[in-house]
Design a protein around this ligand. Structure first.
Ligand code: CMX
Length: 438
């Protein structure tokens, strides 16, 4: 049975050839127009990025190498004692386009566990940070510091050929994904449970099994399974989202994967992007506090209008690409419906009830192009129900997950020899002149 690296070695040459041919034979083919609204509108809708791992359809939602979320739930291996997708199997799919066997997944779990310990100086660095520093800032600092051991950086300094970039990039990416649980769990322990011991990594456990253990929730099988699903599903959302795009951009300068992903994490830390899951919980709890336990649909409607009239966005709703309820939202909701304790949970029910009201209110408000929930609308409520109530931490879990997509695509960017990114910019006056000249 082939390892991840061997599988990748087999498929890279054909992809390189395919791209080379595309470039030489069709380099001048036009695939879209650029409008002023694209330039001033956050490049929304501009087809300008190469990204193989996943594609986001506005109506259907995400497909990972052609597989929808329900497809992935059917074919990607789960833990021996579980049902949910193992993030290792998603990692394999994102990197290779192939579905791993349970044996290959298990082998990868072991490799990650073996590489999962943090260097001592990073432990010390994280332990020195003030408890009041946002967990996402701590995560970004920790990931950047891990570049001390970057295989890519040291090979580059030693002088390597462009064709060898990807193999060192792969080594860094696997090491970083392996170390993220220990780093993220250490941040959680330091900020919220100081004085608690951190269990050692168990070499026989999967990545999230270990993460859950280190967070102190290893005995909660439901939460561990939920985290597996959550982390697998948040793994990639095509290339243009702010975090994935940041990793891609920074990586294009040949900054190593640690620095590239650290930068991506700071994009994820924005409230319009990954921080939205923290904001959702804050917002739903404030609603619960103000309206009490027996909240009616009308109460929620009024609360939504109050939020909108105060000029704030409704967190967890809307999307840059999606125009339908996010299938990741649906999958996480289905998880709740399948577990009686979650189905009865007041916070899960509140999220559900909000979903029954919010799309109509947002339609009436008439601003957002997508009045439906994105994944952040629901991702935090299960964590909250199971006692992981520190919602400032939630984006860190997203950060552990998004590494799967952003880092696997860095490997491909280097394997395909993609150049440094450098789009052309214009001043307002220059655009004005172009308009007048037409
Ligand atoms: N509540 C209120 N207004 C909203 C809104 C929401 N949930 N979503 C969009 N709008 C508003 C925008 O602020 C914008 O208003 P202005 O014209 O006054 O600037 C208008 O509707 C048009 O925006 P859009 O084209 O529909 O949305 P964008 O592509 O510009 O932005 C997003 C997408 C996600 C940033 C936006 O919908 C939003 O702010 N949502 C709330 C935050 C959130 O849930 N983010 C998480 C997204 C998923 C993720 O990355 O994790």
């Amino acid at each position: 049975t082939k390892s991840l690296r061997e599988t990748l070695e087999d498929i890279i040459p054909a992809k390189q050839e395919q791209l080379k041919k595309l470039k030489t034979e069709h380099g001048q083919t036009v695939v879209g127009d650029i409008k002023i609204e694209n330039i001033v509108g956050g490049m929304r809708g501009l087809k300008a990025m190469l990204w193989d791992a996943s594609v986001l359809d506005p109506i259907e939602g995400i497909r990972f190498h052609e597989l929808s979320i329900p497809d992935c739930q059917k074919v990607l291996p789960a833990a021996p004692d579980g049902k949910e997708i193992l993030p290792e199997s998603m990692l394999w799919l994102l990197l290779t386009g192939q579905v791993p066997t349970p044996e290959q997944t298990c082998q990868l779990s072991r490799e990650l566990a073996e590489k999962g310990d943090l260097p001592k100086f990073v432990e010390k660095l994280i332990d020195e940070l003030p408890q009041s520093l946002h967990p996402m800032t701590q995560l970004g600092i920790g990931v950047a510091a891990l570049n001390h051991d970057s295989a890519f950086q040291s090979a580059y300094e030693g002088g390597i050929k462009k064709t060898e970039y990807w193999t060192h990039t792969l080594e860094d990416c696997i090491n970083l994904i392996a170390r993220l649980p220990a780093l993220a769990a250490r941040i959680y322990r330091n900020v919220y449970k100081p004085g608690n011991d951190l269990p050692a990594i168990n070499k026989d456990l999967d990545l999230v099994g270990n993460y859950s253990n280190m967070l102190g929730y290893g005995n909660n099988k439901n939460l561990t399974e939920y985290l597996r699903l959550y982390i697998a599903l948040h793994g990639d959302h095509e290339g243009g989202n702010a975090s994935a795009h940041t990793a891609h951009l920074v990586g294009s300068t040949l900054s190593d994967p640690y620095l590239s992903y650290s930068a991506a994490l700071f994009a994820l830390a924005g409230p319009l992007h990954g921080l939205a899951n923290q904001e959702v919980l804050r917002w739903q709890l404030a609603m619960q506090k103000e309206l009490g336990d027996k909240i009616s649909h009308d109460d929620i409607r009024d609360y939504l209008w109050k939020t909108l009239k105060s000029g704030q966005v409704v967190p967890g709703y809307g999307h840059g690409v999606l125009r339908n309820p996010d299938p990741r939202f649906i999958a996480l909701q289905e998880f709740c419906q399948a577990h009686p304790d979650l189905k009865e949970s007041s916070i899960v029910q509140l999220v559900n009830k909000t979903f029954e009201v919010a799309p109509d209110v947002l339609k009436e408000h008439g601003k957002t192009k997508n009045p439906y929930p994105n994944v952040d609308a629901t991702s935090g409520c299960v964590l909250y129900h199971y006692g992981l109530t520190e919602f400032k931490y939630y984006t860190v879990i997203f950060g552990v997950s998004r590494a799967l997509g952003a880092l696997t695509q860095l490997v491909w960017a280097r394997a395909l020899g993609l150049p440094i990114e450098r789009p052309k910019s214009f001043s307002i006056d220059a655009l004005q002149k172009m308009v007048q000249d037409q």
